[in-house]
Design a protein around this ligand. Structure first.
Ligand SMILES: [Zn+2]
Length: 472
């Protein structure tokens, strides 16, 4: 369902499809909030943006660092900068239970569906223990919250598959710690795994890149044994920092060996080092793996001054990773994730929405009803770096880089997946986005799934691919 934004964010004037797709963007400065230096880039993707006006009202608890309200702040900045002119905006449907059990165990899913703050003790007794506690509390509306952010990621994945968008943004998603059988690290349902499972029905190889300060363990674990998803996580690692995994020698197993990449970092890393390492690693990953779709998790707890983070990245440094990924011109799903200093999360994701739309945003924030959150500077780019001592030496970072590049050499060429024709269920979906033949097909295939995550086995999947790429 497409929302009428005028009702939510106030009148912004009319805009045409032509404007939205950027054809007139360099002369359209009617909002007064664009810088006047709007960039018309070579690659001008069609962007879809997924939002839900209720999602910011869920509460994990007064003392809990995860504040869904950051999403409300982000949406208000995005709209008041006028970025809705350059995107299609969707308020997606919620995920269904059937979609959630594509990855999560039915038992855990049933628990999430039934549990409330009032019955948590009683319900816990009926199920095995599910790691509920301070990190993952049971709050009012938890099941609905999960269905909202997961539904958006699933719909965004399908939008990419349909070819109706080149880049889809869901800042509500990116909850990378959730496990098949239990919640973890503020994450209950792993929308990333659910989205990638959709994408694997059409895309031969999906690259997952994670720039949250925490290791993307839930996604890594789900795809640890397949060569069709490469996971690349940049994170703080010392064996102790949550979630404790993400060492450089976790490389995947079985046919998935070498398809898992971990880039462990120390406290205080700064923009120039992070961006240099990121670009160096990703360039080699793109050559070795040749993904046909990308999922980028943009956890904003890697920013300086984050309530839980220990890096020194600026919003520009963080956004540079998004800019770099965009340049590959491959269908991309961009997701949120961590981020616990809410004013900076909103700034960061707004800036990155601007990058994706190819629009330069002026540094002075537009007025919104939440302007007070951004005192005292009211800028898009506050100074965030320099507060944490940088423990990453040049030689340490070079050793990490060398090790990762070496690992990629072991990846014996990108796996080639045969594709003679688009399967009938996908074809049906392409004709109508609201046709969920996927689900029917997935039910039919239930007993033929990969035991870990339910990926259709290679031999069952007919996929398109470019001959010249896969048979090199
Ligand atoms: Zn995180």
């Amino acid at each position: 369902m497409k929302r009428n934004l005028e009702n939510v964010y106030g009148p912004r004037g009319t805009f045409s499809t032509r404007e939205r797709h950027g054809l007139t963007r360099n002369i359209d400065l009617s909002t007064g909030t664009l810088s006047g230096r709007s960039v018309v880039e070579e690659y001008n993707p069609r962007v879809s943006y997924y939002m839900n006006k209720e999602v910011g009202n869920f509460h994990y608890g007064v003392l809990h660092p995860m504040k869904p309200h950051r999403l409300t702040l982000t949406n208000h900045l995005v709209m008041n900068y006028g970025l809705h002119k350059y995107m299609d905006i969707f308020e997606p449907r919620q995920a269904t239970e059937e979609e959630i059990v594509e990855f999560h165990s039915p038992n855990y899913t049933e628990f999430l569906k039934r549990v409330t703050p009032d019955n948590v003790q009683e319900i816990q007794e009926q199920f095995t223990s599910f790691n509920i506690g301070d990190d993952c509390p049971i709050f009012d509306g938890i099941w609905e919250f999960c269905k909202i952010y997961s539904g958006a990621s699933i719909e965004a994945a399908r939008k990419l598959i349909s070819g109706d968008a080149d880049i889809c943004i869901n800042w509500m998603g990116g909850l990378h710690h959730a496990k098949k059988y239990e919640p973890s690290g503020f994450c209950y349902v792993n929308d990333i795994v659910l989205a990638i499972l959709q994408m694997l029905r059409v895309y031969p190889r999906v690259l997952y890149v994670d720039i949250d300060i925490h290791h993307g363990d839930g996604v890594q674990e789900a795809f640890y044994m397949t060569d069709r998803v490469m996971t690349v996580s940049f994170h703080k690692y010392n064996g102790d920092f949550f979630p404790g995994t993400g060492a450089i020698d976790e490389v995947g197993s079985g046919i998935g060996k070498y398809s898992t990449i971990n880039v462990p970092l120390k406290d205080g890393i700064e923009d120039s080092e992070y961006n240099s390492l990121f670009k160096s690693v990703i360039s080699e990953v793109m050559k070795a793996f040749r993904p046909t779709a990308i999922v980028l998790q943009c956890g904003a707890d890697s920013l300086g001054l984050d309530r839980l983070g220990v890096f020194n990245l600026s919003i520009k440094g963080h956004g540079e990773c998004v800019r770099f990924m965009k340049k590959f011109n491959i269908p991309m799903l961009v997701l949120g994730g961590g981020g616990y200093t809410v004013r900076n999360v909103a700034r960061c994701w707004t800036y990155e929405t601007g990058i994706i739309c190819g629009v330069d945003l002026q540094n002075t924030l537009p007025n919104t009803v939440y302007t007070d959150f951004f005192a005292p500077d009211y800028k898009l780019h506050p100074v965030l770096g320099g507060k944490i001592t940088n423990e990453n030496t040049k030689s340490f970072l070079e050793a990490v880089r060398t090790s990762v590049i070496e690992q990629l050499r072991y990846l014996k060429g990108a796996p080639s997946v045969q594709m003679q024709e688009i399967p009938p269920d996908i074809q049906g979906f392409l004709e109508s986005e609201s046709n969920y033949n996927f689900d029917v097909q997935s039910d039919l295939n239930k007993d033929q799934k990969d035991p870990i995550v339910g990926i259709p086995k290679k031999s069952m999947v007919s996929e398109y691919y470019e001959d010249d790429m896969d048979n090199e």
